[in-house]
Design a protein around this ligand. Structure first.
Ligand SMILES: [Zn+2]
Length: 288
C-alpha cells in the first residue's frame, strides 16, 4: 500500500521533471546556440583579418570558460543530490518496514519529502545530461576555431605567394627595363662612334667650380649653364654644344678657358680634379 503510494508519487515527480522547463538547461541551450552562432561567424570570417579572428576567439574562450564553470557546479550539485536521494530512498524503505496504524500518515509525509528530494536529484541529472551537449558544442567550437585558424594560415600563405609572385614580376620587369636601357645606350654610343670624326691627340686637364680653379667659386659656365661632372668640358675654337668623345665618354663643350687642342674636363670636387691631373687622349668629334 505504502510502496504503491511512493511509486505513484515518484512517477508523478518524474513526469513533472520531464515537462517542467529547467532554467539551468535553458541557460545551457542558450549558450549552445551562441556557440553555434559564433562557429558560423568564425567560419565566415576566417579570411577577414587577424583582429576579427582574435575577437572571435576571445568571445569563444569566454563562452567556454562560462560553460566549464556551469558544468563544474552541476556536477558537484548532482553528486550531492544523488547522495541525498539514495539516503532518502533508504529512509523511506525503513519507514515502510517500521510503520503501523496511525504512523502510516506520518510515514507517507516523510516519503513525499524523500520523493521531492529524488525529484530534485533527477532534475540535476537531466541538467548534467544537457551539460554533455554543452561539452559537445565546446568541442565543435574548438574544431571551428581550428578550422578558422587553418583557413587564416592558408590565406596568409596564399597572400605571401601572391606577394612573392608580384615581387618577382616587378624585379623581372625592372631587369628587362635596365637591360633595354643599357642596350639603347650601347646602340647610341655605337652609332655615335660610327659617325665620329677624329680630331687628334689633345691635352687633357681638369678643373672644378672652386675659387682656386676659377678665381671665384660656384660660377656658371661661359655658355651660361651650370657645369656637371662627366658632361661639361671647356675648350676654345668650337661652338658651345660641340660633343667630344674622350676615352669612351661623350662630353659637351660648355665652357672656355683653354685653346683648341686642350680639353679642360669638369669635376664636382677639387680633389677629383687634382687626382685627374694632366694627360692626353685621342679626341673625336661626335656628329649628330
Ligand atoms: Zn678646383
Amino acid at each position: 500500500m505504502l510502496n504503491q503510494k511512493i511509486t505513484s508519487i515518484l512517477l508523478a515527480a518524474s513526469m513533472f521533471t520531464v515537462f517542467t522547463a529547467n532554467p539551468v538547461s535553458a541557460g545551457i541551450i542558450d549558450t549552445a546556440a551562441g556557440i553555434n552562432a559564433v562557429r558560423y561567424e568564425s567560419g565566415a570570417a576566417a579570411g577577414s583579418g587577424e583582429s576579427d579572428q582574435n575577437r572571435l576567439f576571445t568571445s569563444l574562450e569566454e563562452k567556454q570558460e562560462a560553460e566549464k564553470a556551469v558544468l563544474m557546479k552541476i556536477r558537484t550539485e548532482t553528486a550531492k543530490a544523488a547522495d541525498a536521494a539514495e539516503e532518502a530512498a533508504d529512509e523511506a524503505l525503513d519507514c515502510a518496514e517500521k510503520t503501523e496504524g496511525e504512523e502510516i500518515e506520518e510515514a507517507a509525509d516523510s516519503a513525499v519529502l524523500h520523493a521531492e528530494n529524488a525529484r530534485a536529484a533527477s532534475d540535476l541529472v537531466a541538467a548534467a545530461n544537457d551539460m554533455q551537449t554543452v561539452e559537445m558544442t565546446a568541442s565543435i567550437a574548438e574544431a571551428a576555431r581550428e578550422e578558422a585558424s587553418q583557413a587564416a594560415a592558408e590565406a596568409e600563405e596564399a597572400a605571401q605567394a601572391e606577394a612573392d609572385r608580384a615581387k618577382k614580376a616587378a624585379e623581372e620587369e625592372a631587369a628587362a627595363k635596365a637591360k633595354a636601357e643599357a642596350e639603347a645606350e650601347a646602340a647610341a654610343r655605337e652609332k655615335a662612334l660610327a659617325s665620329a670624326e677624329y680630331l687628334g691627340t689633345f691635352t687633357l686637364t681638369a678643373y672644378c667650380n672652386c675659387a682656386a680653379c676659377n678665381g671665384s667659386a660656384g660660377n656658371p659656365t661661359a655658355s651660361g649653364v651650370m657645369p656637371t661632372s662627366g658632361h661639361t668640358v671647356a675648350m676654345g675654337g668650337v661652338p658651345f654644344g660641340t660633343k667630344l668623345l674622350i676615352d669612351g665618354t661623350i662630353y659637351t663643350v660648355e665652357d672656355r678657358g683653354t685653346p683648341y687642342g686642350h680639353v679642360d674636363i669638369f669635376f664636382d670636387s677639387h680633389e677629383e680634379a687634382l687626382d685627374f691631373g694632366m694627360g692626353s687622349a685621342d679626341v673625336y668629334l661626335i656628329k649628330e
